[in-house]
Write a protein that binds this ligand. Structure first.
Ligand SMILES: [Cu+2]
Length: 502
């Protein structure tokens, strides 16, 4: 709610300002850097909220000590807006989606939709893939070694934790570097498969349709794993993939993720949660190989699929003014940002890049699908838990959140599907992506207890008999189709109306 600006007034008083729409723009990168040296964080919601009274005192005209430079001094109007924000209980608000395509320098590498490559570009990509696949199974820049960093034998990949997106951003670049090292392919970039469209025909022919493993990935794993050799990657038929993408809620979760104003928060109202769910269900949609962490990266579609996941993350970053580290930190309200800034939490092994370095990427995409006008994309900030100092509302159109909480995944032998049934009929289901032996995966063991979040309309759940079921599709011969919930850590169902600031 902005009062109409008077002519020549660049800084109108805002009666009901919010952090994401107004307050975060008041702190310049140099202000954040300067005060960080004094232990005051002006770069996040939590930091500004904690220090709000001090900030107000030091920046109020006419005799403000901060910021030190004359050009940076706050106007009386800005100071009044800041005071309004304090009085109103520090509302977070929602971000205003950025609608202009990124300006500035052209990206160092432009990635495209695989269906729009020219025949010459696609021929070069084919040469690059064939070249990398022809390298020996021990070559560091060969296909077997690169794919084996994600799954077996190395299993470095980070999933279901904050470094998931950064780790995969670096990983894709390493793979792209390998493609570019094939003679004549120095300008090749990795294209993406837009998962809202059917699996492209171009990915259904050699060398993109399957991969025959040249060596046993389990033999050199620690500890060794048997049963994965000989092995040829496998996918479902295209129509089945398309049906799975819908039934596993991939597109729903992508849409939900894109509407989020925050990165992570309590993980019910952040981009991160829903992007990871969309990723997991995307893996499960494509095939028995893509659905298993140990082997998924051997299927050539993995690279095109993950390139799209990276594109979606960059799209979200653009929508939320989060393409720089400083901008990104303003979306971390309520969350722990040590994974971005603390040297003990931000490494992305085996790579040398750290998580903070992946935020301002020099990679670009031909299509970020930014909305033509802010009104076309409504950002949200709904939560099951809201600061009581704020005003809030429950709107009938907002979804109900149903969380299947506290699943101990270490007891489940492989990727699994969590379904919510109403009167015996599936209402919604999600795929959870993990190794067949989660106990032997260090990241899995660290994040053993997981949740699945459904967002449903009231009509889907009211006055119906609800039940939850977990299936382990790849292992029906061992444990039967339905996995006993009591063996999966006794998960609970937590259902909430979601509140929005009013
Ligand atoms: Cu993945």
């Amino acid at each position: 709610m902005t009062t109409p600006p008077t002519t020549h007034d660049p800084d109108p008083v805002v009666a009901a300002p919010t952090y994401l729409a107004d307050i975060r723009t008041y702190f310049r990168p140099e202000d954040v850097a300067h005060m960080a040296t004094k232990g005051i964080d002006l770069g996040t919601y939590d930091g500004v909220e904690q220090n709000a009274l001090t900030i107000f005192a030091h920046t109020s005209p006419p005799n403000a000590g901060m910021p030190p430079d004359a050009a940076g001094k706050w106007s009386a109007n800005r100071s009044q807006t800041f005071k309004n924000w304090i009085v109103n209980g520090f509302p977070l608000g929602t971000s205003t989606p950025v609608t202009t395509p990124p300006g500035g320098a052209a990206p160092a590498r432009l990635r495209k939709d695989v269906t729009t490559l020219t025949d010459a570009e696609f021929a070069l990509l084919t040469t690059a893939f064939n070249g990398v696949m022809a390298r020996s199974s021990t070559a560091p820049d060969g296909y077997f070694t690169l794919a084996g960093q994600h799954g077996l034998p190395k299993a470095w990949c980070l999933h279901h934790e904050p470094r998931f997106n950064p780790w995969h951003r670096v990983y894709l670049r390493e793979f792209e570097d390998a493609l570019r090292s094939v003679p004549g392919c120095q300008d090749v970039t990795l294209p993406y498969w837009d998962i809202s469209t059917p699996l492209p025909d171009r990915l259904q022919h050699p060398p993109f349709d399957q991969y025959v493993l040249p060596a046993d990935p389990g033999a050199t794993a620690t500890p060794p794993v048997t049963g994965l050799f000989p092995y040829t990657t496998e996918r479902y038929p295209v129509a089945e993939i398309t049906a799975n993408v819908t039934s596993l809620g991939v597109l729903d979760d992508i849409a939900t993720s894109m509407a989020q104003s925050l990165w992570g928060a309590s993980d019910i109202n952040g981009y991160q949660k829903f992007s990871i769910q969309a990723h997991d269900s995307g893996h499960g949609s494509v095939g028995p190989t893509m659905g298993v962490q140990e082997v998924s990266a051997f299927d050539p579609v993995f690279w095109f699929f993950h390139c799209n996941i990276d594109r979606l993350w960059l799209r979200w970053q653009h929508l939320n003014t989060a393409t720089t580290l400083a901008g990104f930190r303003t979306t971390l309200a309520g969350g722990d940002d040590s994974w971005l800034t603390d040297p003990s939490f931000n490494p992305l092994p085996p790579f040398t890049a750290t998580a903070d370095q992946t935020i301002a990427t020099d990679i670009g995409y031909d299509r970020l699908d930014l909305p033509p006008a802010p009104a076309e994309t409504v950002m949200e900030n709904l939560s099951g838990s809201i600061d009581a100092a704020r005003t809030f509302s429950f709107r009938s159109a907002d979804p109900v959140s149903v969380r299947v909480k506290g699943i101990n995944r270490l007891n489940i032998p492989g990727s699994f599907v969590v379904s919510l049934l109403a009167d015996g009929e599936p209402v919604a289901k999600r795929f959870f992506f993990q190794p067949n032996n989660p106990r032997q995966c260090e990241t899995c063991a660290k994040h053993a207890t997981v949740n699945i979040d459904f967002r449903l309309t009231r009509e889907q759940v009211l006055d119906r008999t609800l039940s939850v079921r977990i299936d382990v599709p790849g292992h029906s011969e061992k444990v039967g189709t339905a996995f006993p919930l009591a063996q999966a850590g006794h998960p609970t169902v937590n259902a909430r109306l979601l509140a929005g600031e009013a």
